[in-house]
Design a protein around this ligand. Sequence first.
Ligand SMILES: [Zn+2]
Ligand SMILES: [Zn+2]
Length: 141
Amino acid sequence: MRYCHYCHKTTTGDPLFCHFCGFTYDAKLCPGRHINPRWATVCSQCGSRELSTPAPRVPWWLKPLLLAGSLLPGVLVALLLVMVAIGLLQAVLTNQAVQAQLMATVLILAVLWWLFLLLPHFIQNMFRSLWRKPKKDRHQH
Ligand SMILES: [Zn+2]
Ligand SMILES: [Zn+2]
């Protein structure tokens, strides 16, 4: 069974085309049923230009969610950083003893921030693997 991201319907079995809109899944097929990548304009096996239209990889409504999901952690860490920076400033001004401790916290947060900058790619990949139908379709590659 495969889920079509274009018309949001499932087709049973191991289909090449969606039952409802006729789009293909993550691949372009020529009239000879050769499988080509979604960016192909000509079939690499027979040279045909009559390639099928693949359904979108990710549903359109998921894109803003993905964007928000990838931005949110960064925003949260930025807020935390600002809070710690303010705390550090106050501590330095009032109490020299906690200065070193807060410096360490800031360093850890800086590393976290750097990690979150790397996150968007990871989140996208995670969502993709979620949306690609698990289980039954596994054997076909
Ligand atoms: Zn469809
Ligand atoms: Zn072909």
